[in-house]
Design a protein around this ligand. Structure first.
Ligand code: HEC
Ligand SMILES: [Cu+2]
Length: 374
């Protein structure tokens, strides 16, 4: 019947979720079909009038074609019924479209009371999601079939949070709080993008929304809140790859220069105090008891919490602060990761499976379950 919907049906991959017409992705939120209906309605009106108008143009082109040189014969003045029809009918259509659009928009703007709230911080070039129980993640984890409200702000420039499968998008503006809400209807993984060009690595602001059923959600979010406490203290570096997700748009592990200096060899350089700063000072002269930096650990900590304090020669001061976003234990884990980079490949994957965070957390969970069963 309809070619576009047939095509999207053939391309559909996600279980029993309905796929939108005209190449739209799956409808994975409550509001998605509402948005699609009005979008489809407008598109079908366009197709309808396009076919009629272009059809008549082509038809008349042949029907009234005359040999060159024939004098024009038309003496049409005006036709009141036709003019009233082409004014009133579109007016009704447009008012209807406005009404549907406004109605949906008002719904989209006001989250229902009791929605599950997640605070969102956008910065160049990643997302951080903060939950009520203290958990912080770089993917958005939400419960299914329950309204979720995102309370969003930006640390630097204009970003926009966009979840195509949910049909929601909202600008994230520095110095302002914007909100967005949705109800996801099915457990699964969906893409989340930044939809506002926000600088060189804009395209890396791509992450996932993980929708979980209620019980799974509660367990997962509790685990997220205290995952770092579950890591044996002498192995904090295993949290490195996970934390590095927030840094990798600017820092490489393979020695290549990006917006920021590579982390390869960073620890050794820092211990030796080799770094030279834009004001001409050198780290070795600034480090030691009573000086600006207490030692290499303190230098890295201050570089994370107050990056503008000393800026490395030949780099810009474009690193955002992570103060308040990374807890003390997380900063320690990053330092430990820098000390143990030899245990990881240049993408940040552990070389030895014993250093895999997920494995360690699973083991900790199993041990906990075993001890509570006794
Ligand atoms: C938007 C890009 C960007 C992001 C994201 C970023 N940094 Fe940086 N970082 C820089 C730049 C640029 C510098 C060099 C200028 C300076 O010293 O502030 C830098 C410098 C550093 C330094 C000092 C490096 C040295 O060689 O002395 C450390 C440590 C550091 N960053 C850690 C982090 C950590 C940890 C994260 C993630 C939690 C992170 N950065 C995320 C851009 C970034
Ligand atoms: Cu962005």
């Amino acid at each position: 019947m309809m070619i576009p919907s047939l095509l999207t049906m053939l391309l559909a991959t996600t279980g029993d979720l309905k796929v939108g017409q005209f190449g739209m992705p799956v409808q994975a939120s409550e509001v998605a079909p509402v948005i699609d209906n009005i979008f489809n309605f407008i598109t079908w009106i366009c197709i309808f009038f396009f076919v009629i108008i272009v059809g008549f143009i082509v038809f008349f082109m042949f029907k009234y074609s005359k040999p060159p040189g024939t004098p024009a014969t038309s003496n049409v003045t005006h036709n009141t019924p036709i003019e009233v029809a082409w004014t009133v009918l579109p007016l009704i259509l447009v008012i209807f479209i406005f009404y549907k659009g406004m109605d949906g928009y008002i719904d989209l703007r006001s989250a229902p009371l009791g929605a599950y709230e997640v605070n969102v911080v956008a910065q160049k070039w990643n997302w951080t999601f903060h939950y009520k129980n203290g958990a912080t993640t770089s993917v958005l984890i939400v419960p299914a079939n329950r309204p979720v409200k995102l309370i969003m702000s930006s640390q630097d420039v204009l970003h926009a949070l966009f979840i195509p499968d949910f049909r929601v998008k909202q600008d994230v503006v520095p110095g302002r709080i914007t909100t967005l809400w949705f109800t996801a209807i099915k457990a699964g993984e969906y893409d989340l993008y930044c939809a506002e060009y926000c600088g060189q690595q804009h395209s890396t602001m791509l992450t996932k929304v993980i929708v979980l059923d209620d019980a799974d959600f509660d367990t997962r979010i509790t685990e997220e809140a205290n995952y770092i406490d579950k890591i044996p203290p002498d192995m904090l570096y295993v949290a490195g790859p996970r934390l590095y997700m927030r840094c990798k748009s600017c820092h490489s592990l393979d020695g290549s220069d990006m917006t920021g200096p590579t982390w390869q060899g960073l620890w050794d350089r820092t211990v030796d105090g080799e770094q030279v700063f834009t004001d001409g000072t050198t780290l070795s002269n600034l480090m030691g008891a009573g000086k600006l930096f207490d030692g290499p650990e303190d230098y890295v900590t201050q570089s994370i919490n107050n990056p503008q304090q000393k800026i490395r020669m030949n780099y810009s001061g474009s690193m955002p602060t992570f103060k308040g976003q990374l807890g003390p234990l997380e900063v320690m884990a990053i330092i430990d990761f820098l000390k143990h980079l030899d245990k990881f490949d240049t993408d940040g994957n552990p070389l030895d499976s014993a250093d895999d965070l997920a494995t360690i957390l699973d083991a900790a969970k199993a041990a906990e379950a075993a001890s509570s069963n006794e």
